[in-house]
Design a protein around this ligand. Structure first.
Ligand code: B1M
Length: 210
């Protein structure tokens, strides 16, 4: 079974977007759990590509192909990942902050929230503070999720939280992304931090129970 996990991870790292679905289907048919594939093949592939990107072993176009392959895999697995809670749990607007083009992690969190019963509005990448405010108002969001993957865009996260607070919107603010921490979340006045999809689901539920 672990062969499938390795094989799928390799296809993502090599950007084989035309083969990924067939291989995932084969793995699922053989009994590999969809969440196992997400965590140990798809996410793991991106984790291994990070250092290779930093050392120049792979370049942006190759990383983009891997990202595209991961998205194809995620889309295929999406309907299979459902924790059984189908009652509407609340409305979430989620996006990646201004200047930041990373969308995989945010999409994964959106997918987990959706499959846990939240109504999710994924507004995309490179979203200005005003874009978030507009979306919160448009969808009457209960929670807004902000994602940042670059240390340089953490400042945009701070500015987004500040604008949402300035406008006095009745919405809980959850933040996440690799360089973000619980401490940073507190420092910028967010209501909570989560490190991955499952903990984002728990956090959103907790924030709405308050
Ligand atoms: Co970029 N990139 N990248 N990149 N990239 C990182 C983040 C980096 C760590 C790689 C490295 O150098 N080791 C580094 C950041 C360094 C830093 O600032 N600390 C980096 C850099 C430097 C850059 C560029 C500047 C490179 C360049 O052009 N020279 C450039 C910046 C572009 C920009 O944004 N303006 C850039 C570009 C790109 C690509 C476009 C090529 C591509 C993104 C494609 C896409 O998203 N469609 C890309 C990728 C793929 C990566 C890595 C390899 C993988 C990111 C990823 O998808 N991870 C990444 C290295 C790494 O993280 N290992 C890297 C998998 C994903 C599931 O995890 O996104 O962490 P993650 O999401 C997690 C959690 O963080 C959390 O839950 C998710 C699920 O578990 N989470 C949330 C995320 N958002 C949340 C929101 C929440 C809650 C939880 O709200 C409530």
């Amino acid at each position: 079974m672990s062969n499938y996990i390795e094989e799928i991870k390799t296809l993502v790292m090599e950007g084989e977007d035309e083969e990924i679905v067939d291989k995932i289907k084969e793995a699922v048919d053989a009994g590999v759990a969809p969440l196992d594939i997400v965590s140990n093949s798809l996410i793991q592939a991106m984790n291994e590509i990070g250092p290779m990107m930093a050392t120049g072993e792979v370049f942006v176009p190759e990383v983009l192909m891997s990202a595209e392959t991961m998205q194809v895999g995620l889309e295929y697995l999406k309907p299979m990942i459902n924790d059984g809670d189908i009652e509407s749990a609340g409305v979430v607007v989620i996006g990646t902050v201004e200047g930041d083009l990373h969308d995989i992690g945010k999409n994964l969190v959106a997918m987990m929230l959706e499959s846990s019963g939240f109504e999710v509005h994924n507004i995309g990448i490179d979203q200005t503070p005003q874009d978030f405010v507009d979306a919160i108002e448009k969808y009457n969001a209960d929670v807004v999720g902000l994602s940042a993957l670059l240390t340089t865009t953490m400042i945009a996260m701070k500015e987004t939280v500040a604008l949402i607070k300035d406008k006095g919107l009745d919405v809980k603010i959850a933040v996440g992304g690799a360089p973000v921490s619980e401490e940073f979340a507190k420092e910028i006045g967010a209501d909570g931090y989560s490190e991955d999809g499952p903990s984002a689901v728990t956090l959103c539920k907790q924030l709405l129970a308050k």
